[in-house]
Design a protein around this ligand. Structure first.
Ligand SMILES: O=c1ccn([C@@H]2O[C@H](COP(=O)(O)OP(=O)(O)O[C@H]3O[C@@H](CO)[C@H](O)[C@H]3O)[C@@H](O)[C@H]2O)c(=O)[nH]1
Ligand SMILES: [Mn+2]
Length: 377
């Protein structure tokens, strides 16, 4: 007699949260339903907290508006940006799961060159669950993919790889260009028959990269405290460098702690080109500051006593204030906000909080209202 086959549970179903920053209704989720519905969503509503965000039926989610963020963090709310997609990192703070996938609400399911719909979440999970190779470049790219391996000359002592902390996905249709590039190439589109590169690569140790936050996954337990998206948007002199800042901080810490960062598959379909003139206003200081910021990150040395992400991050904040502070007072503020972020992280992710969250998960049905933390500060 044939034995009934147990239904296969979606990978990491209970170990991964999907974080979405938003200022609009989340109808885009309808297209992602086959891939996202089994997972818990953390929606971070930016802007006017009195606005109602419509979420399609059937999704299990918690939604935090600005009033909730204020209530959960109290005075530490100063580190969470307002009116900028950087607010998404609040979702990283309050999640209790090991993995995070974050996606923008103008990103849709893409198709590969064969026309098959891409399950971006499954590919990110695959990327995170297999090792990275930052210490020696494999010319067949990801050696852990089916049909690939380590090539001749690859040291066997390095073939175990290192744990993967970040999986950085790419985009069809509207690429993640900065405003000047958008202005000179307003009609450039990346179709699936255009630049669809079927590869996942580890970013080598010692190399920085421009991390885009719209199709990104990471291991919260390995690198979560470094995934702070900085002070952007309302009241700040810079915007659209939230994910870049987080990526530069996270990469130098990954290099120090022997953790890996991968980029490449999966692709999503980025549908909306934001206004290049508005973007230029947000980006322009970043465009020239980064000529100083990048050499700073390239020269960062973290002492061997920095054995945890938090310790690395606090040391990094000290160096940001010391070495970038003279560039602009903004970096003094940012360095202080980096410390506040770690305080908030430890406040919400202490063992007591973890135990309370585990207890609540056993008995708490999914709710569409914001979940208030019983947080004392
Ligand atoms: O004030 C805001 C504006 C937007 N959001 C939410 O954040 C994401 C991204 O918004 P959008 O797609 O409009 O912005 P882009 O110009 O495409 O750039 C964003 O994508 C990142 C990569 O380019 C970049 O860091 C962002 O600026 C959407 O989900 C909006 O709803 C917000 O929360 N607050
Ligand atoms: Mn977008």
């Amino acid at each position: 007699m044939a034995h009934p086959v147990a239904p296969v549970s979606p990978p990491l179903k209970d170990d991964l949260d999907i974080v979405i920053p938003t200022i609009r209704n989340l109808d885009f989720l309808a297209m992602w339903r086959p891939f996202f519905e089994p997972y818990h969503l953390i929606i971070v509503q930016d802007g006017d907290p009195t606005k109602t965000i419509r979420v399609p039926e059937g999704f299990d989610y918690e939604l935090y508006n600005r009033n909730d963020v204020n209530r959960v963090l109290g005075p530490r709310v100063s580190c969470i940006s307002f009116k900028d997609s950087a607010c998404r990192c609040f979702g990283f703070l309050v999640s209790k799961k090991k993995y995070i996938f974050t996606i923008d609400d103008d990103c849709f399911v893409a198709k590969d060159p064969s026309g098959k719909e891409i399950n971006a979440l499954a590919q990110h999970i695959q990327n995170l669950l297999t090792p990275s190779t930052p210490l020696f470049f494999n010319t067949l790219y990801d050696p852990y993919r089916d049909g690939a391996d380590f090539v001749r000359g690859y040291p066997f002592s390095l073939r175990e790889g290192v744990p993967t902390a970040i999986s950085h996905g790419l985009w069809l249709n509207i690429p993640d260009y900065d405003a000047p590039t958008q202005l000179v190439k307003p009609r450039e589109r990346n179709s699936s028959t255009g630049r669809y590169v079927d590869a996942v690569m580890t970013i080598p140790k010692g190399s920085l990269f421009p991390m885009c936050g719209m199709n990104l996954a990471f291991d919260r337990e390995l690198i979560g405290p470094a995934m702070y998206f900085g002070l952007m948007g309302d009241g700040q002199p810079i915007g659209r460098y939230d994910d870049m800042w987080a990526g530069w901080c996270a990469k130098v810490i990954c290099d120090h702690l022997s953790l890996g960062v991968k980029t490449g598959l999966p692709y999503i379909w980025h549908s909306k080109a934001s206004n290049p003139f508005v973007n230029l206003k947000k980006e322009y200081k970043g465009i020239y500051w980064q000529e100083e910021i990048i050499p700073f990150f390239q020269s960062v040395l973290l002492p061997k006593e920095c054995t945890t992400v938090q310790k690395c991050y606090i040391e990094l904040s000290r160096q940001v204030k010391e070495k970038l502070g003279p560039l602009d007072p903004y970096f003094q503020k940012l360095g202080d906000a980096m410390v506040t972020w770690i305080e908030a992280w430890d406040q919400l992710n202490s063992p007591a909080q973890q135990a309370a969250a585990n207890k609540k998960n056993e008995s708490t049905p999914s709710t569409k209202s914001s979940i208030l933390f019983g947080v004392t500060y």
